[in-house]
Design a protein. Structure first.
Length: 159
C-alpha cells in the first residue's frame, strides 16, 4: 500500500476586495483530527499522526479526495506535502462534488503532484473534465522544483 503524507500547517488567506479590510490567515487543519474535513469518492483512509494528515490509498479503487467542509472565494493556500516514491497525487482547488455530475465525482482544478520522470508537479489538471490545462511542458524549468522523499512547499493563489 502507498501512503501520501501531508502536513497541513495549511493556511488560507481570504482576500477581501474592500480597501480597508486586512487579509486574515485561517488554519484549515488543527493538527489533531480531521474536524472540518470530509472524504469524497474512493476508499482511501485518512488519519492524523504526529500533526500530519496521512492518506493511504486502496489498490484498484477510484481516486479519493480529502476536502474541507467549507467553501472559499478568493484565497491563497500554503502547505507542505510529502509522498511515497511513485505515488501520483494532487491538490484540488476550485473543485466540487455534486450529485448530478457523474454521481458526485470530484471535478475541478488540481495542482498535480507527479513524482514520475515526466516531472509535472505544479502543473494544472482539470480533474474529470478537460484534463491538462497547464502541463509543465509549458514551463520546463519548473520541472526540477519537486523533491522526491522530502517535504515540498506549495502555494496556490486563486484570485
Amino acid at each position: 500500500m502507498k501512503k501520501v503524507f501531508l502536513i497541513f500547517s495549511v493556511l488560507v488567506v481570504v482576500i477581501s476586495h474592500e480597501s480597508n479590510a486586512q487579509a486574515k490567515w485561517t488554519k484549515l487543519f488543527n493538527g489533531k483530527d480531521l474536524t472540518g474535513w470530509t472524504q469524497l469518492n474512493g476508499k482511501a483512509s485518512y488519519k492524523v499522526e504526529n500533526g500530519e494528515i496521512i492518506g493511504t490509498t486502496v489498490f484498484n479503487e477510484p481516486n479519493s479526495f480529502l476536502a474541507t467542509t467549507s467553501s472559499y472565494g478568493d484565497f491563497i493556500l500554503e502547505l507542505e506535502f510529502k509522498l511515497d516514491d511513485e505515488m501520483n497525487s494532487g491538490i484540488q482547488f476550485r473543485s466540487e462534488s455534486k450529485p448530478d455530475y457523474q454521481n458526485g465525482r470530484v471535478h475541478g482544478y488540481q495542482m498535480e503532484i507527479d513524482p514520475s520522470p515526466r516531472s509535472w508537479t505544479g502543473g494544472i489538471y482539470d480533474e474529470a473534465r478537460r484534463e491538462w490545462l497547464y502541463p509543465l511542458e509549458y514551463n520546463v524549468s519548473a520541472k526540477t522544483a519537486y523533491r522526491k522523499n522530502a517535504w515540498n512547499t506549495c502555494r496556490i493563489e486563486c484570485i
